[in-house]
Design a protein around this ligand. Structure first.
Ligand code: ADP
Length: 543
């Protein structure tokens, strides 16, 4: 028997309507390339989204067209999110840090019609424009005073496009299964793959993000996404924040800069911020070196790669900030798990190992681990296997792929290796391709890196597997010392004694000036392996 409730469609248009009706005066504050302190209200933001929707129609954009963006986190990008998705277009965010060939591939594969780009990406696009056959023109995200001279064909100025348009738009009644946004994976192996998010998935995911044991956003929060809006919709923060009417603080092009983040947090009284470990390393370093504080900050969310204990400890001890560890991926919109605040009654040692885990599945995400035959493994916190997920915001098929991305029994294989314990806490051991297999047994590079990061004078650490004559592979540790630290590699390796199984201890340690990072700020193990292709174990080199 069918239920008898209204069949409202779960679309992002409802987020916009709700925020406009209830939080018209809440603020969005941005740093942009042309304005260090832009400030306006939700009401103005959505009026401008309406103007932009009109402008897009005038440009000939038709429902389903992909509109590409190469832009930092700021209010114009926010307007683009809503103007495109809510008018039936697809907001295709493109990561400008990818290699030019990857950007060309992505734009061509997505068949983007228009590209909206920040002024600083004009030279990048000028070099590629000849090859971007589907693109009808370019819109530069600036005003007429700051329009760059450019050889790009069919160029428009964003502010001029909006200027004469009405501030109301008759938003279409979209079916909730309509595509809202498109984001390509970084493509660390093979070509990037497109994940096409539906309105329904985005809205349900937004509810998931807002849950009390997840981001727990409230109207009095000031939220700073230090995750780029060009990658997985900045973890859905631009959708979640308007639902509760909190202040949205957007850091623009200098989001990797500790000083910029500090000033922004202080000025806007930011209460919660989200980002990958690398940005927190930069922020903490700035605060430490300048003896500065971020008094309003209550919590940070750390995800994208494993969060070392040193980050959690420093945030908490020096700044009174709680760090939540989270896990997810592009194919999961991206929220998978979130580590809630551990009760004060939990003993310190236990709390620490709990917090180093990636947390519990958000309601809406189902997880399992399986062995090589696809058999489910126990949730005992010890058995580890391939992590598979399913749920309404998990990718079923990649954009323009003929085949399903799921296993025969309907699960999405994340490419991660993990444990799950009896209370549902996920522990990511490695990416499948980064696992170190020594004498038939697996060694977790993440655990080794976590320990290395607790040592004095260590700024960053990475562990990769290097071919070994006897054991097939053995772990090699790379350490970036903190400025001025005088590290001894023998002492570093000796410190592992008694902390991890003896056969897990890396066979060698190398001090390096820096580690290679991917376009999303993670340590690039692939580049590391390439850089160390000629490395030989000390004992072998002696032979
Ligand atoms: P994003 O860049 O948003 O993290 P990607 O799809 O590029 O999304 O990468 C997802 C992968 O990043 C996951 O499959 C996992 O390997 C890794 N990852 C994400 N969060 C964590 C975490 N908290 N701990 C360990 N690995 C993580």
């Amino acid at each position: 028997m069918p239920g008898m409730m209204m069949q409202s469609q779960l679309t992002l248009t409802e987020v916009m309507r709700h925020a406009q009706a209830n939080f018209a005066d809440s603020e969005i504050v941005s740093i942009t390339a042309d304005n260090p302190q832009h400030r306006y209200t939700y009401s103005e933001a959505f009026e401008r989204s309406a103007q932009l929707a009109h402008a897009l129609q005038k440009l000939g954009a038709a429902p389903g067209d992909r509109i590409g963006t190469l832009a930092w986190n700021d209010y114009r990008h926010f307007e683009l999110y809503y103007a495109t998705s809510c008018s039936g277009l697809v907001c295709h965010t493109i990561n400008p840090r990818l290699f030019p060939e990857q950007i060309t591939y992505i734009v061509e594969h997505a068949e983007d019609r228009w590209l909206f780009i920040d002024p600083m990406f004009v030279p990048l696009l000028e070099a590629l424009a000849d090859r971007l056959g589907t693109v009808r023109g370019y819109v530069i995200l600036t005003d007429s005073d700051h329009m760059p001279d450019t050889s790009l064909p069919d160029v428009h100025c964003y502010e001029e496009l909006l200027a004469l348009q009405p501030t109301r738009f008759d938003w279409p009644q979209l079916d909730e299964s309509t595509a809202a946004a498109l984001c390509y994976t970084s493509g660390t192996t093979g070509n990037p793959k497109g994940v096409l998010y539906s309105h329904r998935a985005m809205l349900l995911h937004t509810y998931g993000v807002l849950l009390p044991d997840v981001f727990a956003l409230q109207s009095h929060d000031a939220v700073l996404p230090v995750v780029p809006m060009f990658h997985v919709n900045a973890w859905a923060i631009p959708y979640a924040v308007p639902v509760v009417g909190a202040k949205l603080v957007l850091p623009g092009p200098r989001m990797g800069c500790g000083e910029t983040l500090t000033r922004l947090m202080q000025r806007e009284k930011v209460t919660i911020a989200a980002g990958v470990p690398t940005v927190w390393l930069a922020l903490l370093k700035y605060l430490r070196e300048n003896d500065d504080t971020i008094a309003s900050l209550d919590r940070v969310v750390v995800g994208g790669s494993a969060c070392p204990w040193s980050i959690m400890e420093e945030f908490e001890q020096r700044h009174g900030v709680y760090t939540h560890h989270a896990w997810g991926m592009t194919e999961m919109s991206p929220l998978g798990t979130f580590n809630p605040r551990v009760a004060g009654s939990v003993p310190a040692g236990e709390a620490r190992s709990l917090r180093l885990k990636q947390g519990r599945a958000a309601f809406g995400v189902e997880m399992r681990i399986v062995d090589e035959q696809g058999q489910s493994l126990p949730r005992d916190g010890v058995a580890y296997g391939a992590l598979q997920v399913r749920g309404p915001w998990v990718c079923e098929r990649y954009y323009r792929a003929d085949e399903s991305a799921l296993t025969a029994d309907g699960w999405f294989d994340t490419g991660d290796v993990a444990t799950i314990d009896a209370r549902g806490y996920l522990g990511i051991t490695d990416r499948t391709k980064d696992v170190i297999k020594s004498g038939g047994e697996w060694i977790s590079s993440i655990e080794l890196e976590n320990f290395a990061m607790t040592l004095d004078g260590v700024s960053e650490a990475a562990v990769i597997g290097i071919a070994h004559e006897k054991w097939a592979e053995r772990p090699l540790l790379l350490v970036v010392p903190k400025p001025g630290a005088d590290l001894d590699t023998g002492a570093i390796l000796a410190a592992f004694g008694g902390q991890v199984a003896k056969w897990w201890i890396p066979d060698d340690c190398i001090l390096v000036g820096e580690l290679p990072h991917t376009a999303t700020g993670k340590i690039s193990k692939r580049d590391l392996r390439e850089q160390l292709a000629d490395y030989r174990w000390p004992a072998e080199a002696d032979v």
